[in-house]
Design a protein around this ligand. Structure first.
Ligand code: CAA
Length: 389
């Protein structure tokens, strides 16, 4: 039985900051952010959005009256959780009006958790072919104003339906994994911003890519030339380019040129949004599917997932007939084109106004945020989620 990605939804906030202007404000050459880091714009997330509402805004685009009642499992990957006990998946199940006789669980392993969700969903569908699984990756990437990580911030959510006979991509067996206990990036329980050893994390990312790709090739005899494209977790788009360049000597020049060309399509959306943490690899996949003119059904796409701490996975998917009509590319392009630019001062004010974890009766950006699902505040230590008609 074929199992894979049947639908893909994406959401990010309607505000962004221009990276050339941010570079100037930080006394850096614009070229460092635009080329050296590889980012043009960065999504700025208002305090009326969090991991739950962004997930709801992404999933709402792919759930309809036909598939709503078939969803029997929600797997919510995030490292921007809103509660240490209750899962974000329960809030989401309620906001999306899904059935009650289902399972809803949150998963965590830094940016890897959405991939874990996709693979668990695949096994669930193999065991229960009628079922559809909603898998989420939703995060706000925060390092702090004036920090080295600032140009690699961002935020947003990816949502997918994993099912039998999928319209977009099948997920192939096997995967290759590599796990090691390292301290490259983490967020202690008391912190709202990540702690990161930036240079070390970038080295480990490349090492994990090399290890998982090598193991995948040993297990399957796959050659790089069997892959139409490789898409990467993109904490910043130059990171994926560095990893790709590190293995190009393993293939001939013509195919190396093809992989580099497809990589450029895969980084268009991340360049405009920044890091999504858990959803980042899948925004890069969506960008390839929407923007490349070279894709045909039957072609294979490799995916490299990396979550600091750290877990890496390499796996392969196959494009399905009619995938072009199933991806809804125009919606994504409009969402990105219709955003509003913030000045540096406005961005800093929005960044600093994130809801404190313990504040009651906190007023959020409800009035200016027109998203369908939003956080109205907190009352009696309970987050107040709302849905516009
Ligand atoms: N024109 C063009 N390029 C320029 C330039 C200019 N004027 N000035 C500098 N550059 C280049 C530099 O040469 C450098 O390129 P290389 O990496 O190819 O050498 C690049 O711009 C960045 O410059 P620096 O190395 O000086 O940048 P930095 O020290 O200020 O920080 C960073 C960069 C380490 C990525 C930092 O932003 C950071 O810590 N980010 C967060 C951590 C991160 O994203 N890690 C990725 C792996 S971990 C992961 O994937 C999980 C996750 O999601 C976090």
């Amino acid at each position: 039985m074929k199992v894979g990605i049947d639908r893909i939804g994406f959401y990010t906030s309607k505000w962004y900051v221009d990276m050339a202007k941010l570079a100037k404000a930080r006394n850096e050459e614009p070229g460092k952010y635009l080329i050296g880091i590889g980012q043009s714009k960065q999504s700025v997330i208002p305090n009326s959005q969090d991991a739950v509402t962004m997930a709801a805004n992404a999933a709402d685009q792919i759930i309809d009256d036909r598939n709503r009642d078939q969803i029997d499992l929600v797997l919510f990957g995030t490292e921007s959780g809103v509660d240490n006990s209750k899962s974000a998946a329960i809030y989401l199940q309620h906001l999306l009006q899904l059935r009650s006789n289902i399972q809803s669980v949150e998963l965590k392993q830094a940016c890897y958790a959405m991939t874990a969700g996709i693979q668990l969903a695949k096994d669930h569908v193999l065991a229960h072919p009628e079922s559809k699984v909603l898998v989420i990756g939703s995060d706000i990437a925060r390092y702090g104003l004036h920090s080295a990580g600032e140009p690699t911030q961002g935020g947003g959510a990816m949502a997918m339906i994993i099912s039998a006979n999928p319209k977009i991509l099948t997920i192939e067996e096997p995967s290759a994994h590599y796990t090691a206990d390292i301290m490259d990036f983490w967020r202690p329980l008391y912190a709202t911003q990540a702690v990161v050893d930036g240079k070390y994390s970038s080295q480990e990312y490349i090492d994990f890519f090399d290890r998982t790709l090598t193991e995948y090739q040993a297990k399957t005899q796959t050659k790089l030339s069997d892959l139409q494209a490789i898409v990467f977790h993109l904490p910043y788009t130059k990171m994926g380019l560095k990893a790709l360049k590190s293995v190009l000597s393993k293939t001939d020049d013509r195919h190396a040129t093809q992989l580099l060309r497809e990589f450029e399509y895969s980084r268009i959306f991340s360049r405009e949004v920044g890091n999504l943490y858990t959803g980042s690899l899948y925004l890069s996949l969506l960008s390839l599917l929407v923007n490349s003119e070279n894709l045909k059904s039957g072609q294979k796409i490799g995916l490299f997932s990396y979550g600091s701490g750290a877990e890496g996975e390499f796996y392969v998917t196959t494009l399905q007939p009619g995938f072009e009509t199933a991806i809804g590319g125009d919606k994504v392009k409009h969402l990105l084109e219709d955003r509003e630019e913030l000045s540096i001062t406005e961005y800093e004010a929005m960044f600093n106004s994130q809801m404190p974890l313990s504040a009651d009766d906190f007023t959020t950006h409800t009035q200016i945020d027109s998203a369908k699902f939003y956080l109205a505040g907190q009352k009696d230590q309970q987050r107040q989620y709302q849905r516009r008609k």
